[in-house]
Design a protein around this ligand. Structure first.
Ligand code: ZN
Length: 303
């Protein structure tokens, strides 16, 4: 049930990859906050090594190595967090979560793998809420529907990423951040319903009938491995008025590098949205842009 009492402004700030900060001015909820932008090599899922650019100052990190958190960037952009939701446990979603949770005291919500990453990273037990999908949890200032979901079919459907992130002492290697299952989330906050995805797939029967005010759709090219990805999703959701493209960037590039190639690829996604839902407004936010959904229901870019 939509609770439209006390409808208030919401702000959504994009961190690149599938990362977001969402706030009603009181509670700050993060999704998949990944700001370390590792220059990885030897990736065993996904299409390629981190894109080479001239004069990249970042060290190369192999998949059988661990990567440090870019604490300076995280501290600059994530001053506060109350909750951290994880769609799944790959390093480009989950590796910065323990640092952020320790520093902010935020509660971590995710799968068993996500919870093991949190515990391995020194997040106190009382800050770790394990979910499986199907829960509908009430928190003080919002409620959260946890939705069983799927990861994208990477590497032209050759994607194989099984198992659970192990419990261990010491830092995880990048290749120990296995998917560990994938979830989507619908948050009810500030009189709105916000549906969030962190990978390019979904289970149609699990989202059928949801009526979000805003849907964040993972929109990178692996979506094209899925039958009628955009059309089936938006039809199931009743053609939401506001659609935000997420997970659209080349996450192997550092912040500040040109994303023109990835941005150009979002044109096709926008066309897919318009074909099934001509009245939807589509946003493709660059890194660190904030979108504001005001109390009247209008979405705009923060000035
Ligand atoms: Zn992933």
């Amino acid at each position: 049930m939509r609770d439209t009492r006390n409808t208030r402004e919401l702000r959504f700030t994009h961190f690149g990859a599938a990362g977001w900060s969402i706030t009603d001015g009181e509670t700050v909820i993060l999704l998949d906050p990944y700001l370390s932008r590792v220059r990885f090599q030897g990736r065993r899922y996904g299409p390629h090594d981190a894109t080479d650019i001239p004069n990249d100052p970042r060290p190369v990190v192999r998949l059988d190595e661990s990567a440090p958190n870019d604490t300076a960037t995280i501290d600059r952009h994530v001053p506060k967090a109350d909750y951290i939701l994880l769609s799944h446990s790959h390093f480009n979603h989950a590796m910065d979560m323990p640092y952020i949770a320790r520093r902010t005291g935020a509660v971590v919500i995710g799968t068993e793998s996500t919870c093991n990453i949190a515990a391995n990273g020194g997040v106190p037990d009382e800050q770790i809420h394990a979910v499986r999908g199907g829960e509908d949890y009430e928190y003080k200032t919002f409620s959260l529907k946890v939705i069983p979901s799927l990861h994208s079919a990477l590497s032209c459907k050759l994607y194989k990423d099984f198992g659970t992130v192990p419990q261990k002492d010491g830092p995880l290697q990048l290749d120990e951040f296995v998917e560990g299952g994938t979830l989507a989330y619908q948050i009810r906050i500030g009189g709105r319903e916000i549906l969030l995805f962190g990978s390019m797939n979904y289970i149609e029967r699990e989202v059928e009938g949801l009526r979000p005010d805003v849907v964040f759709v993972a929109s990178a090219p692996p979506r094209l491995e899925i039958h009628a990805y955009t059309e089936r999703l938006l039809r199931s959701l009743g053609r939401p008025r506001l659609v935000v493209a997420t997970h659209w960037d080349d996450q192997g590039l550092p912040f500040g590098a040109s994303q023109d190639k990835a941005l150009a690829q979002t044109d096709a996604f926008i066309r897919e949205v318009k074909a099934v839902s001509p009245d939807s407004e589509v946003f493709v936010p660059p890194h660190f842009q904030t979108l504001v959904l005001d109390a009247s229901g209008t979405m705009r870019v923060a000035s």
